[in-house]
Design a protein around this ligand. Structure first.
Ligand code: SF4
Length: 190
């Protein structure tokens, strides 16, 4: 089957790509207007492109416009859960549009390798977006391959980000790191 694989970053691409390419013709789609600031977007994209070029993997980049993400998630800011579901929907819709343009039959996402994403919502949103575009949804759950993806990306010296992608997620990640730091200090002082 001809598959368009939405890829959020280089490290998360490694294992899902290998899982799919054994049976399918795989096109990587870098569709991530959620990532801010722009320097971070470019850094993640270039890490992915560098690996893809080395391995002869075909990549299509969707337009980068963070305003599109701001609009798509504006009504869903009341909780992280709702914000993320709207974000999945946007990125998978952009991927489906590329898939249709490129004559692909199915879509999938590397978000399904991450233990930090919501697997149930991913399947629900992915199936719905694929059906709306006349495509199949390859809804694998690759979370068991995350440790291997981490090991391989470290071995490849690939850039590994420390927050999911949007600016709220950067603030959330900074707060939880600060909380963990404070907890460690408090334990030391006891
Ligand atoms: S935390 Fe990640 S998945 Fe959720 S809205 Fe932000 S970038 Fe998207």
């Amino acid at each position: 089957m001809r598959v368009a694989l939405h890829s959020c970053c280089g490290p998360c691409m490694l294992e899902p790509y290998d899982a799919l390419v054994a049976d399918h013709d795989v096109l990587i789609v870098y569709a991530n207007p959620n990532i801010q600031p722009a320097e971070e977007y470019v850094r993640r994209r270039d890490a992915l492109l560098e690996h893809a070029q080395r391995c002869g993997i075909e990549v299509v980049e969707s337009d980068y416009d963070p305003q599109v993400w701001e609009i798509a998630t504006a009504v869903a800011r009341s909780s992280r859960e709702r914000r993320c579901h709207a974000c999945y929907e946007l990125r998978l819709r952009l991927t489906a549009e590329v898939a249709v343009r490129e004559g692909r039959e199915a879509i999938a996402t590397t978000l399904a390798v991450s233990p930090y994403q919501d697997p149930v919502a991913l399947q629900e949103v992915g199936a719905r977006v694929a059906a709306a575009h006349g495509l199949m949804w390859l809804g694998a759950d690759w979370r068991s391959r995350y440790p291997e993806a981490t090991r391989r990306s470290r071995e490849l010296d690939m850039y590994r980000q420390n927050y999911c992608g949007c600016l709220p997620s950067r603030d959330e990640a900074e707060s939880s790191r600060a909380e963990r730091r404070d907890a460690r200090r408090a334990r030391k002082d006891r």
